[in-house]
Write a protein that binds this ligand. Structure first.
Ligand code: F6R
Length: 256
């Protein structure tokens, strides 16, 4: 596992964008796994900047979302498909058909989970971006998720709903349910890039990277993956004990 610590969230986002750029430039038909959430917003913004100012092309990229809320209208701005369209796809040379995700409007949700599981498997994700919840979730695999779980409907934890209410604005509550890729599909990606910024992530990061591998901290499963890069800012890294092991610091942090 490589751990890169940038001096700020912006520096961390640049490191992640470097990794994504290298991947999409070099892979013949890049299949990119996308997470959503606040941490990814800075990464998407940096990728859009590179597209506009440096000509980085996404034309060959196929993207696959980790998860999607259930029980939202199709055009709800908080639906992850719409978030990714607004913040990334619509701003680069990538058509909406190049972005895949679970269909939260499906009548038969179980069948939809099975369909998406197979689609992701066939896509063979080359690089999977991951955020981490303050409770250690990855995608919407909440604590207690089996490490071999498949794409499925999950109930979001109270903590996740409370953390995500900020995206929904006044008068709304956060959805109770979501479809999420399971732990097995995430682990099947060739490379994982987990990103975390802010002090509120420090405890989850320390448990995921330095604690035992356990279903209680789903992100700890990344310890089992052969090709993982973790990109942090100083605050998110502040709970790590083994800071000297593979950690590079600084605003110009780079990762290979
Ligand atoms: C959402 C997802 C989640 C988020 C996590 C962190 O697609 O995969 O696991 O990455 O909840 O969210 P933020 O970045 O908002 O703290």
């Amino acid at each position: 596992m490589r751990i890169v610590v940038g001096e700020s969230a912006a520096a961390a986002a640049r490191v992640v964008a470097d990794l994504v750029e290298r991947f999409i430039v070099s892979a013949p038909r890049p299949a990119l796994g996308l997470a959503t959430g606040e941490t990814m917003e800075a990464v998407f913004a940096e990728l859009v900047r590179r597209h506009r100012e440096e000509g980085l092309s996404f034309a060959r990229v196929r993207a696959y979302l980790l998860d999607e809320y259930l029980d939202l209208d199709r055009d709800d701005p908080c639906a992850y498909r719409n978030v990714v369209h607004r913040l990334l796809t619509a701003q680069v040379d990538m058509g909406p058909r190049a972005v895949h995700g679970p269909n939260a409007q499906a009548v038969d949700v179980s069948a939809e989970c099975a369909r998406y599981e197979q689609q992701v498997q066939q896509a063979s994700i080359g690089l999977q971006l991951l955020g981490i919840g303050a409770n250690g979730h990855i995608a919407f695999n909440e604590p207690g998720s089996p490490l071999d779980s498949a794409t499925r409907v999950v109930e979001l934890s109270e903590q996740t709903r409370a953390d995500n209410i900020r995206f929904f604005g006044a008068g709304r509550s956060a959805p109770v349910r979501a479809i999420t890729q399971g732990m097995a599909a995430i682990g099947a990606a060739d490379r994982l890039v987990l990103v975390a910024c802010g002090e509120h992530k420090a405890d989850a990061v320390a448990r995921a990277l330095e604690g035992p591998v356990t279903e209680e901290v789903p992100a700890s499963a990344i310890q089992l993956h052969p090709n993982v890069t973790v990109v942090l800012d100083e605050q998110a890294a502040s709970g790590l004990v083994r800071r000297d092991r593979g950690v590079r610091s600084g605003g110009s942090a780079t990762a290979r």
